[in-house]
Design a protein around this ligand. Sequence first.
Ligand code: UDP
Length: 328
Amino acid sequence: MPILVTGGAGYIGSHTVLYLKEKNEEVIVLDNLQKGHKKALFADKFYEGNLSDSKLLDTIFFNHSIDAVIHFAANSLVGESVEKPLDYYENNVLGTFHLVKKMAEHQVQYLVFSSTAATYGDPVNLPINENDPTIPTNPYGETKLAIERMLKWCEGAYGLKSICLRYFNAAGADPDGRIGEDHTPETHLIPIVLQVALGQREKVAIFGDDYPTADGTCIRDYIHVMDLAQAHYLALKRLREGHESNVYNLGNGTGFSVKEVIETCRNITGHPIPAETSPRRAGDPAVLIASSEKARDELGWVPDYPLLEQMVEHAWKWHHQHPSGFKG
Ligand code: UDP
């Protein structure tokens, strides 16, 4: 049966669509193209529009016998969410509300939801596991957690089964170089560092070097975007096999500091990549590292590209060949 992917023209969404197509799934994409790219689309059928467009959702669910939705469409920037929390409540919480309401009306059974490590806030244990406290330190994480909780209640009431995937830091690109990361403006560390290597920026700003970590910079658990795609496919398979709703972390269980990421990019690009310390960014916890044992045990998830070098190599291949992203 066809799968609806919302946000399927965005970074993680488009790589997941590519992965699903390689597994011979039929894929319908809904994306408003505000941040997504038409050139990143590998779907069988594309609908341009918003989650709040109930007529469009009716059309999609009437036209296709969809049994499952993979839901990426959302705002996803920590810093921006602190400045514009209401945009995040509107686009993330309300947007998902509209989608889930239509799913219930049309009796669509399964949802794989793009959640985040930001649901945990400052971790009490490292690595973080799924039962740890969830106390977000920014509106982005808060809105994703609100949706997770909403989905829990929808299961009992409407029989909607869901898997929430809490990703740590998505990185890399399609190893074959067909698609990659292209945000305007770019805010994520690895693409920014690679833009310095391409000569598009003079230097990279390190947001804070006074964190309680070995080199003072924030530590994150980077995960290859194709490994995230694989996990979405496995989550959907698990729901279709009749398993219960659940929540899974997705990370490699290894943390890298901002300085270590910059050094890896220097090694791979051969560029000196100047960096300078600047103030902390609001809402950033010092360390985020995942325990993904549960996803490995229950979903059978085994990352194909667990090394930071592989993520940077694939990202570099994409950025080097497409210095203007999808515009090139
Ligand atoms: N970061 C940085 N300089 C930048 C962009 C990001 O020092 O220009 C840091 C950021 O503070 C965080 C880490 O790099 O500690 C990863 O940030 P990113 O925005 O890539 O992902 P996030 O952790 O927000 O999901």
